[in-house]
Design a protein around this ligand. Structure first.
Ligand SMILES: NC(=O)c1ccc[n+]([C@@H]2O[C@H](COP(=O)([O-])OP(=O)(O)OC[C@H]3O[C@@H](n4cnc5c(N)ncnc54)[C@H](OP(=O)(O)O)[C@@H]3O)[C@@H](O)[C@H]2O)c1
Length: 269
């Protein structure tokens, strides 16, 4: 099953920066309408201006809200209802990480990651399905981190493993309903992500070797939209990330843990 993005009506979460803003920019020339969410209105306004410069006919709705909370999700859903916006494309992109060990983490940040990366993605999908036009498409942004346990990013990696598993099951469930689901697992991508994930005390995770995997957000999004159009269920964008994902998924777990232990012991945090 494939999905045509021409004249689409896309709801994008986390559209105020990084990959979400790039989805908005790349869809703008061909979309009919965009519904962009995030917490920062000024940043959403800036993305809206860029999209209108690319396509002055485009209808753009902005909605602010913290979708990690019931209240924020309620606000987004109420806005969808009152604006009469019926998406045929849902891009579950908003997400966050936290660099450092579980023992030294702030409980609030552990919870925020789970609430945003998993709960918000599942409940928004569930709430949008009845109002989605068919044929439809869903892009869920997971991560290369979903393919392996990651000391010093344990909750983030586990939450993304959830996203990948959920998306693959959803793809099967929704195929007869004419909705294509594509799960995108990017490697390190230069966005605001690291800034948000870094702790105030400077605790960080070891990002050595990431240079080989890094590709720009423009390439991640172009490959993601192409994968959706082609009906691909799971995408690892970029050659390096594709190779790394194969290695991580096929390496015996016992060997993987030895390597992770060594890397962690090297003083990554
Ligand atoms: N960059 C990477 O290296 C990388 C790698 C793999 C996967 N990813 C995934 O890619 C996705 C996009 O991240 P990014 O790299 O583009 O990072 P980013 O630039 O930090 O963008 C994150 C977006 O999520 C929104 N957001 C964060 N918390 C939110 C909340 N509680 N409620 C509503 N919106 C919220 C932010 O908007 P506001 O600040 O306005 O709320 C922002 O628009 C995430 O799911 C991330 O896990 C990123």
């Amino acid at each position: 099953m494939t999905f045509d993005t021409q004249h689409c009506r896309a709801l994008i979460t986390g559209a105020s920066s990084g990959l979400g803003a790039e989805f908005a920019r790349q869809l703008a020339p061909e979309a009919r309408a965009l519904f962009l969410t995030g917490r920062r209105l000024d940043a959403l306004e800036a993305v809206k201006a860029e999209c209108l410069a690319l396509n002055p006919q485009l209808q753009i709705h902005l909605c602010t809200g913290d979708i990690a909370t019931d209240e924020g999700r309620g606000r987004v859903l109420e806005n969808l209802q009152t604006s009469g916006f019926q998406p045929n494309l849902l891009i579950n992109n908003a997400g966050m990480g936290d660099y450092g060990t579980v023992a030294t983490a702030e409980a609030g940040k552990l919870r925020a990651q789970m609430d945003l990366n998993m709960t918000a993605l599942v409940l928004l999908t569930h709430a949008c399905l009845p109002r989605m036009q068919r044929p439809g498409g869903i892009i869920n942004i997971s991560s290369l981190a979903s393919t392996l346990p990651m000391p010093a990013m344990a909750v983030y990696a586990a939450s993304k493993a959830f996203v990948t598993s959920f998306s693959e099951a959803l793809a099967v469930e929704l195929e007869p309903d004419h909705i294509t689901v594509t799960c995108v697992c990017p490697g390190p991508t230069p966005t605001r992500f690291s800034q948000t994930a870094r702790r105030p005390d400077g605790e960080d995770t070891d990002r050595g070797g990431q240079g080989l995997l890094r590709i720009p957000p423009q390439q991640v999004v172009a490959e993601a939209l192409q994968a959706l159009r082609a009906g691909q269920t799971c995408l690892y964008p970029g050659f390096g990330v594709r190779c790394a994902s194969r290695l991580f998924r096929h390496l015996p777990r016992v060997l993987l843990r030895v390597l992770l232990r060594r890397r962690f012991a090297k003083g990554s945090v």
